[in-house]
Write a protein that binds this ligand. Structure first.
Ligand code: FE
Ligand code: CA
Length: 513
Protein backbone atom coordinates (compact mmCIF):
# COMPACT_ATOMS: atom_id res chain seq x y z
CA UNK A 1 0.00 0.00 0.00
CA UNK A 2 1.39 3.36 -0.98
CA UNK A 3 0.41 6.14 1.35
CA UNK A 4 -1.88 8.57 -0.37
CA UNK A 5 0.61 11.27 0.37
CA UNK A 6 3.43 9.55 -1.49
CA UNK A 7 3.11 11.14 -4.84
CA UNK A 8 4.46 10.12 -8.17
CA UNK A 9 4.46 12.69 -10.94
CA UNK A 10 6.14 16.07 -11.05
CA UNK A 11 2.90 18.02 -11.23
CA UNK A 12 1.19 16.14 -8.48
CA UNK A 13 4.29 16.43 -6.33
CA UNK A 14 4.06 20.19 -6.05
CA UNK A 15 0.43 20.03 -5.03
CA UNK A 16 1.11 17.14 -2.70
CA UNK A 17 3.91 18.88 -0.83
CA UNK A 18 1.52 21.68 -0.13
CA UNK A 19 -1.03 19.11 0.99
CA UNK A 20 1.23 17.45 3.57
CA UNK A 21 2.28 20.62 5.35
CA UNK A 22 0.04 22.77 7.50
CA UNK A 23 -0.89 26.20 6.23
CA UNK A 24 1.28 28.14 8.66
CA UNK A 25 4.31 26.19 7.46
CA UNK A 26 3.42 26.82 3.86
CA UNK A 27 2.91 30.49 4.43
CA UNK A 28 6.03 30.95 6.50
CA UNK A 29 8.35 28.81 4.44
CA UNK A 30 7.04 28.81 0.95
CA UNK A 31 9.21 31.75 -0.19
CA UNK A 32 12.33 29.91 0.97
CA UNK A 33 11.27 26.47 -0.13
CA UNK A 34 14.02 26.38 -2.75
CA UNK A 35 16.58 25.63 -0.03
CA UNK A 36 14.81 25.27 3.28
CA UNK A 37 13.85 21.55 3.38
CA UNK A 38 17.49 20.62 2.74
CA UNK A 39 18.85 22.68 5.63
CA UNK A 40 20.96 19.76 6.89
CA UNK A 41 22.79 19.38 3.61
CA UNK A 42 23.60 16.26 1.66
CA UNK A 43 26.17 13.51 2.03
CA UNK A 44 27.49 10.43 0.28
CA UNK A 45 29.15 7.46 1.87
CA UNK A 46 30.24 3.84 1.87
CA UNK A 47 31.24 3.87 -1.81
CA UNK A 48 31.83 0.69 -3.79
CA UNK A 49 33.38 0.42 -7.24
CA UNK A 50 29.94 0.73 -8.84
CA UNK A 51 27.76 2.47 -6.28
CA UNK A 52 27.37 4.64 -3.23
CA UNK A 53 24.84 5.71 -0.60
CA UNK A 54 23.34 9.20 -0.94
CA UNK A 55 21.96 10.85 2.18
CA UNK A 56 19.79 13.78 3.07
CA UNK A 57 17.14 14.63 5.63
CA UNK A 58 14.21 16.97 5.13
CA UNK A 59 14.19 19.53 7.94
CA UNK A 60 12.78 22.96 7.08
CA UNK A 61 13.05 23.92 10.75
CA UNK A 62 15.97 21.82 12.01
CA UNK A 63 15.65 22.68 15.71
CA UNK A 64 12.05 21.52 15.97
CA UNK A 65 10.88 17.93 16.50
CA UNK A 66 10.80 16.12 13.16
CA UNK A 67 12.67 19.07 11.70
CA UNK A 68 9.45 21.04 11.23
CA UNK A 69 7.80 18.39 9.04
CA UNK A 70 4.19 17.58 9.82
CA UNK A 71 4.12 13.79 10.03
CA UNK A 72 3.06 12.91 6.48
CA UNK A 73 5.20 11.09 3.97
CA UNK A 74 7.11 13.03 1.35
CA UNK A 75 8.66 11.99 -1.94
CA UNK A 76 12.24 12.96 -2.61
CA UNK A 77 13.76 12.73 -6.06
CA UNK A 78 17.49 12.19 -6.53
CA UNK A 79 19.82 12.56 -9.48
CA UNK A 80 23.41 11.53 -10.21
CA UNK A 81 25.15 13.22 -13.14
CA UNK A 82 28.53 13.46 -14.82
CA UNK A 83 28.46 17.24 -14.65
CA UNK A 84 27.58 19.75 -11.97
CA UNK A 85 24.90 21.31 -14.18
CA UNK A 86 23.08 17.96 -14.43
CA UNK A 87 23.06 18.04 -18.22
CA UNK A 88 24.32 14.45 -18.41
CA UNK A 89 22.31 12.54 -15.83
CA UNK A 90 23.37 8.92 -15.35
CA UNK A 91 20.96 7.78 -12.61
CA UNK A 92 17.80 9.14 -11.07
CA UNK A 93 15.01 7.87 -8.87
CA UNK A 94 12.56 8.62 -6.09
CA UNK A 95 12.75 7.82 -2.39
CA UNK A 96 10.16 8.31 0.35
CA UNK A 97 10.99 10.29 3.47
CA UNK A 98 8.97 9.17 6.49
CA UNK A 99 8.51 10.54 10.00
CA UNK A 100 9.42 7.13 11.47
CA UNK A 101 13.02 7.68 10.28
CA UNK A 102 13.04 11.45 10.85
CA UNK A 103 12.57 12.21 7.14
CA UNK A 104 16.03 10.87 6.46
CA UNK A 105 16.74 9.50 3.00
CA UNK A 106 19.29 6.79 2.18
CA UNK A 107 19.56 6.01 -1.50
CA UNK A 108 21.60 3.00 -2.53
CA UNK A 109 22.84 3.98 -6.00
CA UNK A 110 24.21 1.21 -8.21
CA UNK A 111 25.37 0.90 -11.79
CA UNK A 112 28.05 3.61 -11.69
CA UNK A 113 31.48 3.31 -13.26
CA UNK A 114 34.53 2.54 -11.12
CA UNK A 115 37.04 5.21 -10.09
CA UNK A 116 35.00 8.12 -11.31
CA UNK A 117 33.66 11.39 -9.87
CA UNK A 118 29.97 12.29 -10.14
CA UNK A 119 27.62 14.99 -8.89
CA UNK A 120 24.34 14.41 -7.04
CA UNK A 121 21.41 16.36 -5.67
CA UNK A 122 17.89 15.93 -4.33
CA UNK A 123 14.55 17.59 -5.08
CA UNK A 124 11.37 17.69 -3.06
CA UNK A 125 8.40 19.72 -4.19
CA UNK A 126 9.97 22.72 -5.88
CA UNK A 127 12.99 22.68 -3.61
CA UNK A 128 16.45 21.52 -4.70
CA UNK A 129 19.33 20.60 -2.41
CA UNK A 130 22.92 21.67 -2.69
CA UNK A 131 24.95 19.65 -5.17
CA UNK A 132 27.32 17.10 -3.69
CA UNK A 133 30.32 15.43 -5.24
CA UNK A 134 30.90 11.70 -4.98
CA UNK A 135 33.35 9.21 -6.32
CA UNK A 136 33.32 5.46 -6.75
CA UNK A 137 36.14 3.18 -5.69
CA UNK A 138 38.73 1.90 -8.16
CA UNK A 139 38.03 -1.49 -9.73
CA UNK A 140 39.26 -4.48 -7.76
CA UNK A 141 42.33 -4.94 -9.99
CA UNK A 142 43.38 -1.26 -10.08
CA UNK A 143 46.48 0.04 -8.28
CA UNK A 144 45.13 3.61 -8.04
CA UNK A 145 46.80 5.76 -5.35
CA UNK A 146 44.57 7.00 -2.51
CA UNK A 147 44.20 10.39 -0.83
CA UNK A 148 42.50 9.76 2.49
CA UNK A 149 41.52 12.31 5.13
CA UNK A 150 40.52 11.36 8.63
CA UNK A 151 38.91 13.26 11.48
CA UNK A 152 37.10 12.82 14.80
CA UNK A 153 35.63 14.61 17.80
CA UNK A 154 33.62 17.66 16.83
CA UNK A 155 32.19 19.08 20.06
CA UNK A 156 29.93 21.85 18.81
CA UNK A 157 30.24 24.02 21.90
CA UNK A 158 34.00 23.82 22.28
CA UNK A 159 35.08 25.17 18.92
CA UNK A 160 34.24 26.25 15.39
CA UNK A 161 34.59 23.81 12.51
CA UNK A 162 37.37 25.76 10.79
CA UNK A 163 39.21 22.49 10.20
CA UNK A 164 36.28 21.31 8.06
CA UNK A 165 36.38 24.57 6.12
CA UNK A 166 39.93 23.67 5.10
CA UNK A 167 39.22 19.97 4.69
CA UNK A 168 36.50 20.74 2.15
CA UNK A 169 39.16 22.38 -0.07
CA UNK A 170 41.64 19.48 0.03
CA UNK A 171 42.23 17.44 -3.08
CA UNK A 172 41.27 14.03 -1.68
CA UNK A 173 39.20 10.95 -2.37
CA UNK A 174 37.59 10.01 0.93
CA UNK A 175 37.01 11.07 4.52
CA UNK A 176 37.01 8.57 7.35
CA UNK A 177 35.32 9.82 10.53
CA UNK A 178 36.42 7.95 13.64
CA UNK A 179 33.70 8.96 16.06
CA UNK A 180 32.39 11.61 18.42
CA UNK A 181 30.46 13.16 15.53
CA UNK A 182 28.11 14.57 18.17
CA UNK A 183 28.46 15.02 21.93
CA UNK A 184 25.47 13.95 23.97
CA UNK A 185 25.94 16.32 26.90
CA UNK A 186 23.68 19.01 28.30
CA UNK A 187 24.29 22.62 27.25
CA UNK A 188 27.35 24.28 28.79
CA UNK A 189 27.97 27.99 29.21
CA UNK A 190 31.73 27.69 28.73
CA UNK A 191 32.03 27.20 24.99
CA UNK A 192 31.92 29.33 21.86
CA UNK A 193 28.48 27.88 20.99
CA UNK A 194 25.71 26.24 23.01
CA UNK A 195 23.91 22.94 22.62
CA UNK A 196 20.28 23.69 21.93
CA UNK A 197 18.79 20.62 23.61
CA UNK A 198 19.23 18.96 27.03
CA UNK A 199 21.35 15.87 27.75
CA UNK A 200 20.49 13.32 25.04
CA UNK A 201 18.52 10.36 26.36
CA UNK A 202 15.58 9.87 23.97
CA UNK A 203 15.37 9.55 20.21
CA UNK A 204 14.18 13.12 19.66
CA UNK A 205 17.05 14.48 21.78
CA UNK A 206 19.65 12.76 19.61
CA UNK A 207 17.87 13.77 16.39
CA UNK A 208 17.88 17.37 17.48
CA UNK A 209 21.54 17.18 18.40
CA UNK A 210 22.52 15.84 14.97
CA UNK A 211 20.35 18.48 13.34
CA UNK A 212 22.07 21.25 15.28
CA UNK A 213 25.54 19.94 14.37
CA UNK A 214 24.55 19.68 10.71
CA UNK A 215 23.43 23.29 10.62
CA UNK A 216 27.17 24.11 10.60
CA UNK A 217 28.10 25.21 7.09
CA UNK A 218 31.67 23.91 7.25
CA UNK A 219 30.56 20.42 8.28
CA UNK A 220 28.06 20.42 5.43
CA UNK A 221 30.77 21.60 3.02
CA UNK A 222 33.08 18.78 4.10
CA UNK A 223 30.31 16.27 3.31
CA UNK A 224 29.48 17.88 -0.02
CA UNK A 225 33.08 17.64 -1.19
CA UNK A 226 33.52 13.84 -1.16
CA UNK A 227 32.23 10.56 0.28
CA UNK A 228 32.64 9.77 3.95
CA UNK A 229 33.03 6.48 5.76
CA UNK A 230 31.93 6.86 9.36
CA UNK A 231 32.17 4.86 12.52
CA UNK A 232 31.22 5.88 16.04
CA UNK A 233 32.88 6.19 19.43
CA UNK A 234 31.32 6.84 22.84
CA UNK A 235 29.74 10.29 22.54
CA UNK A 236 27.33 9.21 19.83
CA UNK A 237 25.66 7.53 22.84
CA UNK A 238 27.17 8.30 26.23
CA UNK A 239 30.58 9.25 27.60
CA UNK A 240 32.92 6.22 27.90
CA UNK A 241 30.11 3.67 27.71
CA UNK A 242 31.08 0.02 27.37
CA UNK A 243 28.47 -2.31 25.91
CA UNK A 244 25.41 -1.52 28.03
CA UNK A 245 27.33 0.03 30.90
CA UNK A 246 27.43 3.81 31.23
CA UNK A 247 30.15 5.78 32.96
CA UNK A 248 27.28 7.30 34.97
CA UNK A 249 26.51 4.33 37.21
CA UNK A 250 23.03 5.63 38.06
CA UNK A 251 21.95 4.52 34.57
CA UNK A 252 20.76 0.91 34.63
CA UNK A 253 21.34 -1.56 31.84
CA UNK A 254 17.67 -1.27 30.85
CA UNK A 255 17.94 2.49 30.59
CA UNK A 256 21.14 2.18 28.59
CA UNK A 257 19.53 -0.33 26.22
CA UNK A 258 16.74 2.14 25.47
CA UNK A 259 19.22 4.98 25.20
CA UNK A 260 21.47 3.01 22.88
CA UNK A 261 18.47 2.21 20.67
CA UNK A 262 17.65 5.92 20.44
CA UNK A 263 21.26 6.91 19.82
CA UNK A 264 21.99 4.22 17.24
CA UNK A 265 18.80 5.00 15.33
CA UNK A 266 19.57 8.71 15.24
CA UNK A 267 23.14 7.94 14.14
CA UNK A 268 21.82 5.81 11.29
CA UNK A 269 19.28 8.47 10.33
CA UNK A 270 22.02 11.10 10.00
CA UNK A 271 24.90 9.22 8.39
CA UNK A 272 25.41 8.12 4.76
CA UNK A 273 25.90 4.48 5.68
CA UNK A 274 25.26 1.35 3.66
CA UNK A 275 23.43 -0.44 6.45
CA UNK A 276 19.82 -1.59 6.56
CA UNK A 277 17.47 0.13 8.98
CA UNK A 278 17.38 -2.10 12.04
CA UNK A 279 14.42 -3.90 13.58
CA UNK A 280 16.31 -3.76 16.88
CA UNK A 281 18.07 -0.41 17.13
CA UNK A 282 19.76 -1.23 20.46
CA UNK A 283 21.96 -3.62 18.49
CA UNK A 284 23.35 -2.32 15.22
CA UNK A 285 26.27 -3.99 13.49
CA UNK A 286 28.30 -1.25 11.82
CA UNK A 287 31.56 -3.09 11.13
CA UNK A 288 32.21 -3.10 7.41
CA UNK A 289 35.09 -3.17 4.96
CA UNK A 290 36.08 -1.35 1.79
CA UNK A 291 38.62 -2.25 -0.90
CA UNK A 292 40.55 0.53 -2.61
CA UNK A 293 41.59 -1.57 -5.60
CA UNK A 294 44.70 -3.62 -4.84
CA UNK A 295 46.12 -0.83 -2.69
CA UNK A 296 44.26 -0.81 0.60
CA UNK A 297 41.64 -2.65 2.59
CA UNK A 298 39.84 -0.49 5.17
CA UNK A 299 38.29 -2.15 8.21
CA UNK A 300 35.66 -0.06 10.01
CA UNK A 301 35.80 -1.14 13.63
CA UNK A 302 33.41 -0.77 16.57
CA UNK A 303 35.15 -0.83 19.94
CA UNK A 304 32.15 0.41 21.98
CA UNK A 305 29.16 -1.85 21.42
CA UNK A 306 30.78 -5.16 22.31
CA UNK A 307 33.50 -4.21 24.79
CA UNK A 308 33.62 -5.27 28.41
CA UNK A 309 33.45 -2.68 31.16
CA UNK A 310 36.56 -0.60 31.80
CA UNK A 311 38.80 -2.11 34.48
CA UNK A 312 39.44 -0.64 37.91
CA UNK A 313 36.68 1.96 37.73
CA UNK A 314 37.85 3.56 34.43
CA UNK A 315 40.02 6.69 34.37
CA UNK A 316 43.83 6.51 34.30
CA UNK A 317 45.19 3.90 36.69
CA UNK A 318 48.45 2.44 37.83
CA UNK A 319 48.70 -1.13 36.54
CA UNK A 320 48.42 -3.96 37.18
CA UNK A 321 45.13 -3.43 39.00
CA UNK A 322 42.03 -5.55 39.62
CA UNK A 323 40.69 -7.33 36.56
CA UNK A 324 42.84 -5.30 34.13
CA UNK A 325 44.83 -8.26 32.78
CA UNK A 326 41.95 -10.77 32.81
CA UNK A 327 42.31 -12.58 29.45
CA UNK A 328 38.54 -12.81 28.96
CA UNK A 329 38.15 -9.01 28.77
CA UNK A 330 37.42 -7.83 25.22
CA UNK A 331 37.44 -4.64 23.18
CA UNK A 332 35.73 -5.88 20.01
CA UNK A 333 33.96 -9.05 21.10
CA UNK A 334 34.78 -12.48 19.65
CA UNK A 335 32.72 -12.07 16.49
CA UNK A 336 34.20 -8.76 15.39
CA UNK A 337 37.72 -9.92 16.25
CA UNK A 338 37.31 -13.04 14.08
CA UNK A 339 35.78 -10.98 11.27
CA UNK A 340 38.76 -8.62 11.32
CA UNK A 341 41.50 -11.22 11.58
CA UNK A 342 40.00 -13.61 9.03
CA UNK A 343 39.46 -10.67 6.72
CA UNK A 344 43.04 -9.47 7.04
CA UNK A 345 44.29 -12.95 6.27
CA UNK A 346 42.10 -13.18 3.19
CA UNK A 347 42.98 -9.72 1.87
CA UNK A 348 45.76 -9.33 -0.70
CA UNK A 349 45.71 -5.52 -0.49
CA UNK A 350 49.11 -3.91 -0.05
CA UNK A 351 47.95 -2.02 3.05
CA UNK A 352 45.58 -3.05 5.83
CA UNK A 353 43.92 0.00 7.38
CA UNK A 354 42.11 -0.15 10.71
CA UNK A 355 39.55 2.64 11.31
CA UNK A 356 39.83 2.49 15.07
CA UNK A 357 38.37 4.58 17.87
CA UNK A 358 40.70 4.74 20.89
CA UNK A 359 44.50 4.77 21.02
CA UNK A 360 46.04 1.35 20.51
CA UNK A 361 49.54 2.22 21.70
CA UNK A 362 49.83 2.71 25.45
CA UNK A 363 50.79 6.01 27.05
CA UNK A 364 52.54 5.50 30.36
CA UNK A 365 51.81 8.72 32.20
CA UNK A 366 53.78 7.86 35.34
CA UNK A 367 57.32 9.13 35.47
CA UNK A 368 59.95 6.63 36.54
CA UNK A 369 59.05 3.35 38.22
CA UNK A 370 55.50 2.15 37.70
CA UNK A 371 53.09 2.31 34.80
CA UNK A 372 49.87 4.31 34.66
CA UNK A 373 47.60 4.04 31.62
CA UNK A 374 44.09 4.89 30.40
CA UNK A 375 41.46 2.30 31.20
CA UNK A 376 39.25 3.43 28.30
CA UNK A 377 41.90 3.02 25.57
CA UNK A 378 43.35 -0.28 24.32
CA UNK A 379 45.84 0.06 27.20
CA UNK A 380 42.92 -0.82 29.49
CA UNK A 381 42.44 -4.15 27.67
CA UNK A 382 46.07 -5.36 27.44
CA UNK A 383 45.38 -9.00 26.60
CA UNK A 384 42.97 -8.15 23.76
CA UNK A 385 45.39 -5.49 22.50
CA UNK A 386 48.43 -7.75 22.48
CA UNK A 387 46.40 -10.54 20.84
CA UNK A 388 45.43 -8.16 18.02
CA UNK A 389 48.97 -6.80 17.66
CA UNK A 390 50.38 -10.34 17.62
CA UNK A 391 47.97 -11.24 14.81
CA UNK A 392 48.91 -8.10 12.87
CA UNK A 393 52.55 -9.17 13.25
CA UNK A 394 51.70 -12.56 11.75
CA UNK A 395 49.24 -11.50 9.04
CA UNK A 396 50.28 -8.06 7.79
CA UNK A 397 53.50 -6.87 9.46
CA UNK A 398 54.60 -3.32 8.63
CA UNK A 399 51.85 -2.88 6.13
CA UNK A 400 49.10 -2.28 8.69
CA UNK A 401 48.14 1.30 9.51
CA UNK A 402 45.86 2.06 12.43
CA UNK A 403 44.02 5.40 12.27
CA UNK A 404 42.57 6.60 15.55
CA UNK A 405 40.66 9.48 17.15
CA UNK A 406 39.23 10.03 20.64
CA UNK A 407 41.84 11.96 22.59
CA UNK A 408 41.72 15.38 20.93
CA UNK A 409 45.41 15.39 20.16
CA UNK A 410 47.84 14.16 17.52
CA UNK A 411 50.16 11.22 18.13
CA UNK A 412 52.49 9.20 15.92
CA UNK A 413 53.01 5.77 17.44
CA UNK A 414 55.02 2.75 16.43
CA UNK A 415 53.04 -0.40 17.18
CA UNK A 416 54.96 -3.32 18.66
CA UNK A 417 53.91 -6.96 18.35
CA UNK A 418 53.27 -6.74 22.11
CA UNK A 419 53.37 -3.90 24.59
CA UNK A 420 53.68 -6.31 27.51
CA UNK A 421 56.96 -7.94 26.48
CA UNK A 422 60.14 -5.88 26.49
CA UNK A 423 61.93 -5.71 23.17
CA UNK A 424 58.97 -6.72 20.98
CA UNK A 425 59.52 -5.61 17.36
CA UNK A 426 57.70 -2.79 15.55
CA UNK A 427 55.02 -4.28 13.32
CA UNK A 428 52.79 -1.36 12.35
CA UNK A 429 52.05 2.34 12.63
CA UNK A 430 49.32 4.20 14.44
CA UNK A 431 48.39 7.72 13.38
CA UNK A 432 46.17 9.31 16.02
CA UNK A 433 44.35 12.35 14.65
CA UNK A 434 43.32 15.28 16.79
CA UNK A 435 39.80 16.66 17.17
CA UNK A 436 38.03 18.97 14.77
CA UNK A 437 36.92 21.21 17.66
CA UNK A 438 36.77 19.30 20.97
CA UNK A 439 38.98 20.89 23.60
CA UNK A 440 39.03 24.37 22.10
CA UNK A 441 42.12 26.13 20.73
CA UNK A 442 44.64 23.67 22.17
CA UNK A 443 48.42 24.00 22.36
CA UNK A 444 51.31 22.93 20.16
CA UNK A 445 52.61 20.36 22.58
CA UNK A 446 51.31 18.87 25.79
CA UNK A 447 53.87 20.20 28.32
CA UNK A 448 53.97 17.01 30.39
CA UNK A 449 54.95 14.96 27.36
CA UNK A 450 58.64 15.91 27.34
CA UNK A 451 59.11 14.28 30.72
CA UNK A 452 57.11 11.23 29.63
CA UNK A 453 58.83 10.69 26.28
CA UNK A 454 61.56 8.41 27.71
CA UNK A 455 58.84 6.21 29.26
CA UNK A 456 57.17 5.85 25.87
CA UNK A 457 59.85 5.23 23.23
CA UNK A 458 57.27 4.03 20.69
CA UNK A 459 55.70 7.51 20.57
CA UNK A 460 57.39 9.61 17.89
CA UNK A 461 55.45 12.87 18.13
CA UNK A 462 52.68 14.64 19.99
CA UNK A 463 50.66 17.79 19.32
CA UNK A 464 47.47 19.20 20.83
CA UNK A 465 46.04 21.54 18.19
CA UNK A 466 42.77 20.97 16.34
CA UNK A 467 42.66 19.66 12.76
CA UNK A 468 42.66 16.46 10.71
CA UNK A 469 45.13 14.13 9.02
CA UNK A 470 45.73 13.94 5.29
CA UNK A 471 47.23 10.71 3.91
CA UNK A 472 48.82 10.01 0.52
CA UNK A 473 48.91 6.28 -0.06
CA UNK A 474 50.81 4.51 -2.82
CA UNK A 475 51.81 0.88 -3.14
CA UNK A 476 55.11 1.41 -1.36
CA UNK A 477 54.56 4.38 0.92
CA UNK A 478 52.02 5.73 3.39
CA UNK A 479 52.48 9.42 4.03
CA UNK A 480 50.55 11.23 6.78
CA UNK A 481 50.39 15.04 6.98
CA UNK A 482 49.10 16.46 10.25
CA UNK A 483 47.00 19.47 9.29
CA UNK A 484 46.32 21.82 12.19
CA UNK A 485 44.64 25.17 12.85
CA UNK A 486 46.01 27.52 15.54
CA UNK A 487 42.60 28.41 16.98
CA UNK A 488 38.91 27.45 16.81
CA UNK A 489 37.52 30.01 19.24
CA UNK A 490 37.16 32.54 16.43
CA UNK A 491 36.61 32.09 12.71
CA UNK A 492 39.29 32.43 10.06
CA UNK A 493 42.22 30.36 11.32
CA UNK A 494 44.63 29.23 8.59
CA UNK A 495 45.65 25.59 8.23
CA UNK A 496 49.25 24.43 8.39
CA UNK A 497 51.03 21.09 8.11
CA UNK A 498 52.42 20.64 11.60
CA UNK A 499 54.45 17.56 10.67
CA UNK A 500 54.66 14.83 8.02
CA UNK A 501 55.48 11.15 8.43
CA UNK A 502 56.26 8.21 6.18
CA UNK A 503 55.89 4.47 6.51
CA UNK A 504 57.65 2.42 3.84
CA UNK A 505 55.70 -0.76 3.17
CA UNK A 506 57.43 -3.77 4.68
CA UNK A 507 59.86 -1.66 6.72
CA UNK A 508 59.53 -1.36 10.48
CA UNK A 509 59.17 2.13 11.88
CA UNK A 510 57.89 5.60 11.02
CA UNK A 511 60.13 8.25 9.52
CA UNK A 512 59.66 12.00 9.87
CA UNK A 513 59.76 13.81 6.55
FE1 FE B 1 35.94 13.12 21.71
CA1 CA C 1 35.82 9.45 22.74
Amino acid sequence: MIDRRVFIGDLVRLAALAAVVPNDWRVAWRPRLAVAPFSLGVASGDPSATGIVLWTRLAPRPLEPLGGMDGGRVAVRWEVAHDEHFARIVKRGTATATPELAYSVHVNVSGLEPNRWYFYRFHSGDATSETGRLRTLPAASAATPLRLLFASCQHYEQGLYTAYQHMALEDADLVVHLGDYIYEGAPSRNGVRVHYSPLCMRLDDYRLRYAQYKTDEHLRAAHVARPWIVTWDDHEVSNNYAGLIAADTSLTIDVMRARRAAAYQAWWEHQPVRLPASSDWANLTITRTMSWGTLAQLWVMDTRQYRGDQACGDGTKQVPCGEWADPSRTMMGAREEKWLLDGMTGSRARWQVLANQVMMAPLDSMRGEGVRVSMDQWSGYPVARDRLLGEIARRAPNRTIVITGDIHSNWVNELRSSFSKAGAPTIGAEFVGTSISSGGDGIDRWPAFDALAPENPHIQWQNSRRGYVSCHVSGDEWRADYRTVPFVSQPGAPVITASSWRVARGVAGIERI
